[in-house]
Design a protein. Sequence first.
Length: 197
Amino acid sequence: MLDDPLALTRTFIAQDGSFQNYDLADVPRDASLSESDVRVANRIIARMGQDTVAAILSRTRRASRALERIPPRASLVDDDAAIPWGPLSDLFRAFEDLPGVGLPRLTKVLHKKRPALVPILDSVVDRYLVAWTSTCGPIPVSTTRSGGASPLRLLPGQQHRLRRSPQEQLPPTRSRSSVTRRSSTSRGSPVTLRDGS
């Protein structure tokens, strides 16, 4: 058991610049998705080669249509009725079934476009939030077009945790923007989760 995991995380972040590299990258929160936007994810260990980047860029038209319907400051702490679940689902579906583009890589790319709405997710966070989601009930859209599970199935757990205590953080995060700022749950502020990839 760690006595002060937040302090330990802050120390780690202060000594490891790779996550600052990602957090400080200037990515416009518009409806476009450029190659430079996609490659920013490699600053946080996405490890995407040219083929993977090209695969993501092949879906930019569909992704842009979804991003046009998602306000840049949309946040998971907004009222449920104000959260654009439909467009958010369409955004994830735009990249459905792409070889080599799993949950960690995709959310590392999309987080920079809508940081308060799309957290960085991976298998570790997946297991944690599934447990929370089981107590929160379903969201309006929670499956992919092919009927499989969607990243959206994890978000109710995160919402519940954020709303339960505005000062309480989710599991240790490697993102400087959400570890060091206690205002990470405010409207429009980044919400970044622990990345275990």
